[in-house]
Design a protein around this ligand. Structure first.
Ligand code: NAD
Length: 265
């Protein structure tokens, strides 16, 4: 990787994309060389993101990434767009750091096979506190018989449950298969008990204006409960993890899931 890494951002006009553009522009080791977003194609990045001094114009197509000499692309879009765009990024031999959520297991297999000449990291959550929350939940899982996950997000989030909630439950289910049966036999309002994730663990999704990204993992056993809670109160919470992944991606061959290997935990 060169001394200064050329970074391109897909979804640059979105909530996360804008935060990434600011974080990359402020990092002396990184150079923001391309911004792609269908909704604002042709507009100056300055006017879209409020990034004084940038001379970039928002591109419509990911072909711009190669033309701009991108070393690493950061993608925060929607899963339907990411499927198509990441195939082109892989074909171009560009590394990818992906925060988009909603990938299926088949999507991840596709990424694993398509990134053969460059690397790809997909993380459902780039906030260090959320990464620790998932680890702590995995540690607690074998010691409790009942557990439920409540994830809470802003009212612009279109997928449910969140990628973080799914990953948390997958890891809890992998750590323990010894969960008590759900006693509910009369659900007066459909969905009142939430959705059933891996291991039969219930997941509840809350969407509220004013929130950013929050999650509680509740555990219960005889006479005691444990609540593990993480709050991202601002999108800047994700940026140290995104920048660390951009700087480490060259050393992580193939497909990496989660931020753990970047953080060394
Ligand atoms: P957003 O709706 O604000 O932004 C998405 C952007 O993608 C939009 O500007 C849209 O125009 C653009 N886009 C859509 N299709 C495109 C295409 N084909 N080509 C180029 N650009 C395209 O959403 P957001 O809040 O920024 O979230 C984006 C994604 O990031 C979601 O999947 C969300 O769940 C995820 N997310 C992940 C983390 C994490 O830490 N991994 C944190 C927050 C959000």
């Amino acid at each position: 990787m060169p001394t200064v890494i050329n970074v391109g951002v897909i979804g640059a006009a979105g909530r996360m994309g804008q935060a990434v553009c600011h974080a990359v522009a402020a990092d002396p080791d990184l150079d923001l060389v391309a911004a792609v977003d269908r909704s604002r194609a042709g507009d100056e990045l300055d006017s879209v993101v409020g990034l004084d001094g940038s001379e970039l114009v928002v591109a419509e197509d990911v072909a711009e990434l190669t033309a701009a000499g991108t070393d690493v692309v950061v993608d925060f879009t929607v899963v339907e767009a990411a499927r198509v765009n990441l195939a082109a990024v892989a074909a171009g031999g560009i590394h990818a750091v992906v925060g988009t959520t909603g990938f299926t297991d088949d999507d991840l297999e596709m990424l694993r096979s398509s990134f053969d000449s460059s690397n790809c990291l997909v993380a459902p959550n780039f906030a260090v506190g959320a990464v620790l929350m998932m680890r702590f939940a995995e540690m607690a899982a074998p010691l409790f018989e009942t557990a439920e996950v409540i994830e809470l997000h802003h009212d612009g989030k279109i997928d449910a449950p969140s990628g973080t909630a799914m990953r948390t439950v997958e890891r809890m289910a992998a750590a323990s298969s010894d969960w008590a049966d759900d006693p509910t036999d009369n659900e007066m309002v459909a969905g009142a008990r939430g959705g059933m994730g891996p291991g039969g663990i219930r997941v509840h999704s809350v969407r509220l204006r004013g929130l950013v990204a929050h999650q509680e993992v509740l555990f219960g056993t005889t006479g005691q409960t444990l609540t593990i809670r993480h709050d991202s109160t601002d999108r800047t919470s994700f940026m140290p993890g995104v920048l660390a992944a951009v700087k480490r991606i060259e050393d992580l061959p193939g497909l990496t899931i989660g931020l753990e290997s970047v953080l060394g935990i």
